[in-house]
Design a protein around this ligand. Structure first.
Ligand code: ADP
Ligand code: MG
Length: 631
């Protein structure tokens, strides 16, 4: 060992000090101890295993549940100049074998893989040959059926132990109730581990539940009053687009983000938001990974989330810089009734999962016993329409197939097009002479795809765009032009999901393997929804205390800033009186909170509470001079 942990941290990451218990965890791991780290989202869990791995010879093996997560982490490491490899879904045997060789001989420091990969013999053999310094199970709650994201394949993580009994193991998660952390510990067989649980308390966030008939109006109030960045979470793509349009119409710079937009659009929208060109991101839960913007002062949940784990994680994107922030769930009684019906009616039962699996095989023309290891794009909407399947229910069925390692699901978005030339070569050359603008494009098309005169050929518009160094939309336009001129037959189609089949088709038997698990998971989901509704209804206990106790943290103190705390501290009568006084004062002049506080001799905190409520009620706005002004 040459360098100290903090030197490694600074050399590679450029950070000057460790956060919270990072150092304690790293020290334990370097001593060869197993660790179970329960740190909040954004708490810097990756550093906990990446630093010790960089300090020792050999490679660190990391199990992570999603291809997207793996890619994200591997890219980050590569950007830091660290050799890392991720085994994603669709590697051919040779590629896979090469990558594994790199891990055995090539001085690679990190191997990321999905739990399914651990089941492959080839991989086990090679892992055995590797000089492993640390075994890591990230997002370790996936190993527990009591977690909100149980993936049975995670149980295979225990295999790592058998392959390298001497290497220390580290399990990390942000969302573990006591039951889940017990499960992690025993499933991974952690030996006398350091169990490090940092408080999940987020003192600078005011958690609020607001009942409101006119939710849009209330949303507008919150967004108008906001100075910095905000996120609004919704549950459907349609609503994300609708609300973003609504905010835009009301003069608020907003955009939307969900699984149905292209990667390019996603990047663009994210960038606009990160650079504060757009203030509010209205998003589904597709907007999550790697969102680490420090100055988010508002996270709104416009619909009831499906579990408190997800709620806390999403709300926790507020106030990363330590400034005061608000996380508000806007709801009304209709919502609650809907949620009960909605959530429970979109839990697929065993026979529905079987149905979807069967239709999927038919739709993608996979024969019995086939399909293993192949990746297919899937146009989700067309799939649902073809078999008249409810889309939410179907999506959840796909998720179940994903969770149980039947398929690996990626939300992607790409345009696949099929092209066939309807005219003879000679006529085509005459045509491009008349349309010189299309010349390069057509030539590239012919060069890239042989046989295009004989039959329909699937072309990749992204690839063509890259080759020609032009925008993909120009390609699409070119194709459309050729089609209108009757030169080609052109069918464009969208696909927004990608499926890799992890097992050969075995019809009902495929699903029977985890039928019991589907039923148990449905019961758990019902329980989680009930817990969420309890949280919403309970206006007697501080929101922060409620959330923390859900994650097993007892004896936390009241936050003093959530809706419950504010109302118990202030009798409604007092508040009303102060509201009237402040409103009256503002009829004479616009003022900032300090001026108001001095003029009326009120306590500062109280003034801020009242002003916030008046803002939310739409009675005040903040003007250009940063003063409060009556509407
Ligand atoms: P988690 O997995 O716990 O959600 P990450 O490991 O993704 O969190 O880290 C969250 C963010 O915190 C990242 O942007 C990371 O670079 C940053 N971070 C981690 N450790 C430190 C540190 N010691 N100093 C400054 N920033 C840090
Ligand atoms: Mg992480």
């Amino acid at each position: 060992m040459h360098k100290k942990p903090n030197e490694i941290l600074e050399t590679y990451w450029g950070f000057t000090s460790f956060k919270d218990s990072q150092e304690k965890i790293i020290t334990a791991s370097l001593e060869g101890r197993d660790v179970l780290a329960l740190l909040p989202t954004g708490g810097g869990k990756s550093i906990c295993f990446q630093v010790p791995a960089m300090m020792q010879d050999g490679i660190c093996i990391v199990v992570s549940p999603l291809i997207a997560l793996i890619q994200n982490q591997v890219t980050n490491l590569k950007n830091l100049g660290i050799k890392a490899v991720g085994l994603s879904g669709s590697l051919r045997f040779e590629e896979l074998s090469n990558e594994l060789d790199n891990c055995v001989y090539g001085g690679y420091k990190f191997l990321y893989l999905s739990p399914e990969r651990l089941g492959q013999e080839l991989i086990q053999e090679r892992i055995l040959q590797m000089n492993v310094n640390l075994l890591v199970v990230d997002e370790a709650h996936c190993i527990s059926q009591w977690g909100h994201d149980f993936r049975p394949a995670y149980l295979q993580c225990a295999l790592l132990r058998e392959l390298h009994p001497a290497a220390p193991m580290m399990a990390l998660t942000a969302t573990a109730t006591p039951r889940v952390s017990d499960d992690i510990r025993s499933s991974l067989d952690l030996i006398a581990p350091l169990i490090q649980k940092d408080s999940f308390s987020r003192k600078n966030i005011a958690f609020k539940v607001v009942f409101e008939e006119d939710k849009k109006y209330r949303l507008k109030q919150y967004c108008t009053a906001l100075k910095t960045s905000g996120i609004v979470y919704v549950r459907t793509r349609r609503l994300a687009e609708e609300l973003s349009g609504f905010l835009l119409k009301n003069g608020i710079k907003a955009t939307f983000y969900h699984g149905g937009i292209t990667e390019k659009e996603k990047r663009k929208k994210l960038e606009q938001w990160l650079e504060n060109k757009v203030q509010i991101m209205v998003a589904t839960n597709a907007f999550g990974m790697g969102i680490d913007k420090p100055d988010v002062a508002l996270v709104v949940h416009y619909q009831i989330p499906d579990c408190l784990e997800n709620y806390f994680q999403e709300a926790g994107r507020a106030g990363r810089n330590g400034d005061n922030a608000t996380a508000v769930l806007i709801t009304n009684p209709t919502d609650k009734e809907q949620v009960k019906k909605q959530f429970l009616s979109i839990l697929p039962d065993v026979s529905f999962v079987k149905l979807v699996y069967k239709k999927l095989n038919t739709f993608l023309q996979i024969a019995y016993g086939e399909g293993f290891g192949t990746t297919y794009p899937l146009n989700f909407n067309v799939f649902c329409a073809t078999y008249q399947l409810n889309s939410m229910l179907t999506y959840n069925a796909l998720k179940i197939l994903d969770r149980n390692s039947v398929v690996a699901l990626t939300e992607s978005f790409s345009k696949k097009a099929t092209v066939f030339f309807k005219i003879e070569k000679e006529d085509l050359f005459r045509y491009i002479d008349e349309h010189p603008k299309l010349k390069d494009f057509v030539k590239t098309l012919l060069r890239t795809y042989g046989g295009i005169f004989e039959h329909d050929i699937k072309i990749n518009t992204v690839l063509l765009a890259k080759k020609l160094n032009i925008d993909e939309s120009v390609i699409t336009k070119g194709l459309e032009k050729l089609a209108t001129d009757d030169v080609i037959d052109y069918k464009g189609s969208h696909s927004d999901l990608e499926l890799t089949f992890l097992v050969p088709r075995d019809d009902d038997r495929t699903v029977n393997r985890f039928a019991k698990n589907i039923m148990e998971q449905n019961t758990l989901k019902e329980h989680q929804i009930a817990q969420t509704l309890l949280y919403i209804e309970n206006n007697k206990v501080c929101r922060s205390i409620q959330l923390l106790s859900y994650f097993g943290e007892e004896n936390s103190v009241a936050c003093g800033r959530c809706d419950v705390c504010l109302h118990t501290q202030q009798t409604p009568n007092n508040l009303k009186l102060d509201k009237e006084r402040i409103t009256k004062f503002l009829t004479t002049q616009n003022a900032n909170s300090r001026t108001i506080q001095r003029a009326l001799k009120l306590e500062n905190r109280l003034v801020l509470i009242v002003l916030q409520e008046l803002l939310e009620d739409g009675i005040l706005i903040i003007n250009d001079q940063n003063q409060y002004q009556l509407v």
